[in-house]
Design a protein around this ligand. Structure first.
Ligand SMILES: Nc1nc2c(c(=O)[nH]1)N[C@H]1C(S)=C(S)[C@@H](COP(=O)(O)OP(=O)(O)OC[C@H]3O[C@@H](n4cnc5c(N)ncnc54)[C@H](O)[C@@H]3O)O[C@H]1N2
Ligand code: MOO
Length: 417
């Protein structure tokens, strides 16, 4: 008997002559080809959290706008040497928002409260706890430097400076900064609309009765929630059976209503793998078969000019591919920069041998300073995704990880989760 290929015990071994696209090449392709597609709109500051800043935010005002006191105490001019000092007090005080009217003569002090603009004749403040005060005078011990306990005008941000750069996903802290520098309306990008659809005759809606051979649609709720978490507008396009005409029509509708499409299932080479087949047929397939585990059948293409991420059906592969490939790409479309996840090295708490030829992502978490990995690498084992707190990324080449060896850990937080 001839002609039959040798059995592959490891279905992930790189078959001879097959050239899968390395992860970095696929990422570079996405990075080179994609750019912002969303419109710019202006929104009130209070509605800007989580939105993508469309233009530089330039400070209209300095922070702080004027020199002021950082503490409750007494203000006067100049440094004081070591030793005891006694300064007569002028009548009145300076409080935040209620400045002292007039000037403080040299050698005198004035009562000041935190945040008050420094009165004329004051450049130094002593903390009230360090002072013996009477209604007429204060006494304290030096030394005290000139400028002590004060804040310079613009020491944080000066008027005219770029407070925030375009492309940033605005955080609550960014809102504080923009408010402080006098901005009340912000140019942001419209939310990127991303369509999500599941494929497969076997897939049924949670809540419906599931017959034998049917499985609940686990990918769609996960993907819709991920998109919402990232500040995109998730467009639910439902489930499509394994029917090419139906899938074609649904992709058409998705491309009409969204700027990117995530499908799951039907990405590999089987008879019912219609996503990859349709993209190929339409001449719109950019990449298929990526040197990654899980997620090798990830199909990257364009449908009517709209980027499609044809995610594998296995939920673990669907999530990994979304985090690794779709997230930075969607970020670019949405007007953010390219967001590479921030990993760090942690000693392994496991042993693993890996063949060369593809990058691997393992469900992982850190316990007692070591990374542990989920007991199974099966990419239908959804419980491992809930168990994990991030991924371990193993390089494209061969590795033999032994306990204690450093491995790259990517916490869910580094993917914006
Ligand atoms: N001969 C080959 N077979 C397979 C290959 C291959 O290269 N050659 N690749 C395997 C890998 S790796 C993966 S991953 C899967 C992914 O393939 P598809 O994208 O075509 O996915 P399906 O076959 O449609 O489904 C795979 C699996 O996932 C379940 N599924 C699908 N959709 C959902 C959903 N929305 N929620 C939950 N589970 C879902 C589906 O029932 C299957 O069990 O292909 C391998 N095969
Ligand atoms: O590697 Mo598939 O991508 O098993 O899930």
């Amino acid at each position: 008997m001839t002609g039959a290929p040798p059995l592959k015990n490891d279905c992930f071994a790189l078959p001879p002559g097959i050239d899968w696209t390395p992860v970095d090449e696929a990422l570079a392709l996405l990075r080179d080809r994609l750019g912002p597609v969303t419109a710019v709109e202006r929104v009130p500051l209070a509605q800007a959290a989580g939105r993508v800043l469309a233009e530089e935010a330039v400070a209209l005002r300095s922070n702080p706008p004027q020199p002021n006191t950082a503490v409750d105490g007494y203000g006067f001019a100049g440094a004081r040497d070591e030793g005891e000092h006694r300064l007569p007090l002028v009548a009145g005080r300076a409080a935040a928002g209620v400045p002292f009217a007039g000037a403080v003569p040299a050698g005198h002090a004035v009562r000041v409260l935190t945040g008050a603009a420094l009165p004329e004749g004051v450049d130094t403040v002593i903390l009230q706890e360090d002072v013996a005060a009477s209604p007429e005078a204060i006494a304290f011990h030096g030394p005290l430097k000139q400028g002590a306990n004060t804040r310079r005008a613009g020491e944080d941000v000066t008027a005219g400076a770029v407070a925030l750069t375009a492309g940033r996903v605005l955080t609550p802290a960014d809102l504080a900064l923009m408010a402080a520098v006098g901005l009340d309306r912000v140019a942001v990008r419209a939310r990127l609309r991303v369509a999500v659809l599941s494929t497969g005759d076997e897939v049924v809606e949670p809540g419906q009765a599931a017959g034998p051979g049917q499985i609940y649609d686990a990918n769609r709720p996960m993907l819709l929630a991920l998109l919402a978490r990232w500040g995109f507008e998730a467009v639910d396009m439902g489930r499509v059976p394994d029917d090419r005409a139906a899938l074609r029509a649904r992709l058409d509708a998705a491309a009409q209503g969204a700027e990117a499409i995530l499908t799951s299932g039907g990405a590999s080479a089987g008879d019912e793998d219609h996503v990859s087949a349709l993209l190929t047929e339409a001449g719109a397939m950019q990449e298929w078969r990526i040197a990654v585990k899980p997620g090798r059948p990830l199909a990257l293409g364009l449908w009517d000019g709209t980027p499609v991420f044809g995610l594998p059906g296995n939920p673990v592969a669907a999530l990994v591919c979304t985090l690794v490939f779709a997230r930075p790409a969607l970020g670019l479309l949405a007007g953010q920069g390219w967001a590479a996840p921030q990993g760090f090295e942690v000693p392994a708490g496991f042993e693993k041998r890996k063949k060369p030829g593809r990058r691997e992502y393992l469900r992982a978490r850190i316990r007692e300073g070591r990374v542990e990995v989920f007991a199974s690498e099966g990419s239908g084992r959804i419980s491992g995704l809930s168990w994990a707190e991030g991924l371990v990324e193993l390089p494209d080449g061969a590795v033999h990880v032994r306990p204690g060896d450093p491995v790259r850990f990517l916490p869910w937080g580094s993917f914006g989760l």
